[in-house]
Design a protein around this ligand. Structure first.
Ligand code: ADP
Ligand code: MG
Length: 252
C-alpha cells in the first residue's frame, strides 16, 4: 500500500543566535492512509516541528517529505499553499478561530482560496460539516459565544471542509477539560472511521494516546518507538533503531 505521508531522513535545525537547536534529528517514517495516529513525547521533543513539516508550513533542513508520494521538499510557497488548500486540514491547541467571524464563516474560510467552488458549494460544505460536529444551531455564533469544546468542534469542521486526505492536530485536547477532551477525541475517531480521513495528532496525555491505532514516540527530536494497536487489544511496540545504527545517508 502506498503511504499518505513518507518522511526520509529528515532533520530540522533552528538557528538561535550563534546556537543551533536540532529540533528533529534524522526522522524516517511512513504513514498509511486511514490511520488514527498519535505522536507522543514530552514538551520540547519536536512534536510541533514534525506536524508543521508534514503540514508543509515549514521546510526540513535536510531530507525529503512526500505527501501522497509527491515530493514536497522543493516546492514553492505558492505550490505548497495550493497543496494545503486541497489536502491538509489543521486543528490547533488554541483553536485559532477568527474572532470576528461566525462559526459558519470560520468553517468557510479555508474554502475561499478554492476558486473551483461556488458560493453555493461552499455553503453546502459548511452546513454539512457543522452538522457532522453537532453545531448546526450555532452557525451564527462568534467564537466568544461558544464553549472551548464547541470552539474545537468548529475547528474540526473547518479542517474537514477542504475534504483533506490528512488532518493534523497539534495537542487538540490540551486546552480542554478531561471529559470534553475525550469527547473531541471520540468525534475525531468517528470521522476517521466514517470518512476514512487520516488523522495525525500530537499529545502527551496517555488517555488521548489510547484512542489511537498507531503511535510514534519521539524524544529529543528522534523516534524512539512505533506502536500499532488492533481493535480490542494492547499496543504492540517496536523500538526504532538509533540514527547511528542506520546506514549512512545517500548524498544527492
Ligand atoms: P514540542 O511540540 O514537542 O513541545 P517543538 O517542536 O515545539 O516541541 O520544539 C522542539 C525543539 O525545537 C525545542 O527545543 C524548541 O525549543 C525548539 N524550537 C522549536 N521552534 C523553534 C524556533 N522557531 N526557533 C528556535 N527553536 C525552536
Ligand atoms: Mg508543541
Amino acid at each position: 500500500m502506498s503511504s499518505v505521508v513518507r518522511i526520509e531522513r529528515v532533520s530540522r535545525e533552528y538557528q538561535l543566535g550563534d546556537q543551533t537547536v536540532r529540533a528533529l534529528n534524522d526522522i524516517t517514517l511512513a504513514i498509511e492512509p486511514g490511520v488514527f495516529l498519535a505522536i507522543s513525547g514530552p514538551s520540547g521533543s519536536g512534536k510541533t516541528t514534525l506536524l508543521n513539516l508534514i503540514g508543509c508550513i515549514d521546510h526540513p533542513s535536510s531530507g525529503d517529505i512526500y505527501i501522497n508520494e509527491d515530493n514536497v521538499s522543493h516546492k514553492s510557497a505558492n505550490e505548497l499553499a495550493d497543496l494545503r488548500a486541497r489536502s491538509i486540514g489543521f486543528i490547533f491547541q488554541t483553536f485559532n478561530l477568527l474572532p470576528v467571524l461566525s462559526a459558519a464563516e470560520n468553517v468557510e474560510y479555508p474554502l475561499l482560496r478554492r476558486k473551483d467552488l461556488t458560493a453555493a458549494d461552499r455553503q453546502r460544505r459548511v452546513d454539512y460539516f457543522l452538522n457532522i460536529v453537532g453545531l448546526s444551531s450555532y452557525a451564527n455564533n462568534r467564537p466568544n459565544q461558544l464553549s472551548g469544546g464547541q470552539r474545537q468542534r468548529v475547528a474540526i469542521a473547518r479542517a474537514l471542509a477542504v475534504k483533506p486526505a490528512i488532518v493534523l492536530a497539534d495537542e487538540p485536547t490540551a486546552n480542554l477539560d478531561k471529559a470534553t477532551g475525550i469527547d473531541i477525541l471520540r468525534l475525531m475517531k468517528k470521522i476517521n472511521e466514517h470518512l476514512g480521513t487520516t488523522f495525525i495528532f500530537s499529545t502527551h496525555d496517555q488517555k488521548v494516546i489510547d484512542h489511537a491505532n498507531r503511535l510514534i514516540k519521539i524524544e529529543d527530536g528522534a523516534i524512539k518507538a512505533f506502536g500499532i494497536r488492533r481493535p480490542k487489544s494492547n499496543w504492540q511496540m517496536v523500538r526504532a533503531p538509533s540514527p547511528a545504527a542506520r546506514p549512512a545517508a545517500h548524498h544527492s
